[in-house]
Design a protein around this ligand. Structure first.
Ligand SMILES: C[S@@+](CC[C@H](N)C(=O)[O-])C[C@H]1O[C@@H](n2cnc3c(N)ncnc32)[C@H](O)[C@@H]1O
Length: 311
């Protein structure tokens, strides 16, 4: 991966180091096209197909990095107002860190955001909690949007490009590691991600992450009534994969059941403190992909895992 040109909050161009281990995500186009097993069609048209099929970790990282690079500006246009340039929302339900205080961040602490996207959460913490945050993401495109916002808002926030499964930080470097919907479902080996988060945490520190609630994998990703009938197996861990017309993987998400997640957390040496299932609040009328007020009234959409490294 070449160094990533971006802009600091002052507007001066800076270079972020290439921090992704070559064996993790710097893969050739041929590797990115690798698939294992028989694809099961979910939907498709002539230029794009969505299937459930096995995909490798390297192919997942390469595809998702490219996908988020390409989507970065459009994603900000579509969701930037909901997220807030310096806002911390835990998911489409709209619950904020201001309301939930799951990080329990206190002035002077050092925090690491993984899968930060444009780092809205990191910016909110710096602005509102008097902490130091490093925000990281695999996608240079998402970080570029983040650098642009930081500059416009005059908020200082270091950005690092790296894969959340290979963090370029020393052991016990941070009081808290967190992500709102970043990285966790976008990696093949989320157990490794948990171990990396645990490694860079100081004893007693927290790792808090939100992700799609696992039960959602049993339902079609539809915001309307069609999304209320379980049509798929909750227990089927086969990844969701999108491919282009040439069959190259362009996007992937990986499913874990609730039990899988708990086992990954425990295996990483972390303690599960809480599992928050935010309910859809009155007054949130927005639809975000398959998340909607209708589905929110019946099903959990988000799971927030609050974990702690033993002191
Ligand atoms: C839905 S966004 C979440 C970011 C932000 N909190 C938000 O709500 O917009 C998912 C982010 O995860 C990042 N991501 C995907 N795979 C990753 C990986 N292996 N390591 C680090 N970040 C990753 C993507 O680049 C993307 O910016």
């Amino acid at each position: 991966m070449p160094p990533v040109a971006a802009e600091s909050h002052t507007g001066a161009p800076v270079l972020y180091p290439a921090t992704v281990a070559p064996d993790q995500s710097c893969v050739s186009a041929e590797d990115a096209a690798v698939s294992v097993g028989d694809p099961v069609a979910v939907s498709g048209d002539e230029s794009y197909a969505a299937v459930r099929r096995a995909v490798s970790g390297a192919a997942t990282a390469a595809a998702n990095r490219s996908w988020w690079d390409a989507e970065a500006d459009d994603y900000y246009i579509e969701h930037g107002a909901f997220l807030g340039d310096a806002g911390f929302v835990w998911g489409p339900e709209g619950w904020t860190e201001e309301q939930l205080d799951l990080l329990a961040a206190r002035p002077g602490q050092r925090l690491l955001e993984i899968g930060a996207g444009a780092a809205q959460c990191g910016r909110w913490l710096v602005d509102q909690r008097g902490v130091t945050v490093v925000s990281s993401d695999i996608s240079a495109g998402m970080l570029r949007v983040g650098a642009r916002i930081s500059r416009a808002r005059g908020i200082r926030l270091p950005l690092v490009q790296c894969d959340a499964t290979a963090l370029p930080f020393a052991e016990a470097s941070f009081d808290t590691v967190f992500t709102s919907y970043g990285a966790v479902p976008f990696v093949a080996d989320s157990g490794r991600l948990m171990r990396e988060a645990a490694r860079v945490l100081r004893p007693g520190g927290r790792f808090v992450f939100s992700t799609t609630h696992p039960i959602r994998w049993a339902f079609p990703d539809e915001p309307g009534p069609a999304g209320l009938t379980a049509a798929l197996s909750y227990f089927d861990r086969t990844p969701y994969a999108e491919t282009d017309a040439g069959g190259t993987l362009t996007y992937a998400e990986h499913h874990r059941t609730l039990g899988d997640r708990v086992r990954e957390i425990v295996a990483a040496g972390l303690v599960l403190v809480d599992l928050v299932e935010p309910e859809w609040p009155d007054g949130n009328d927005q639809t975000w992909g398959g998340w909607s007020p209708l589905r929110g009234a019946h099903l959990p959409g988000t799971a927030i895992f609050v974990t702690r490294k033993p002191a």
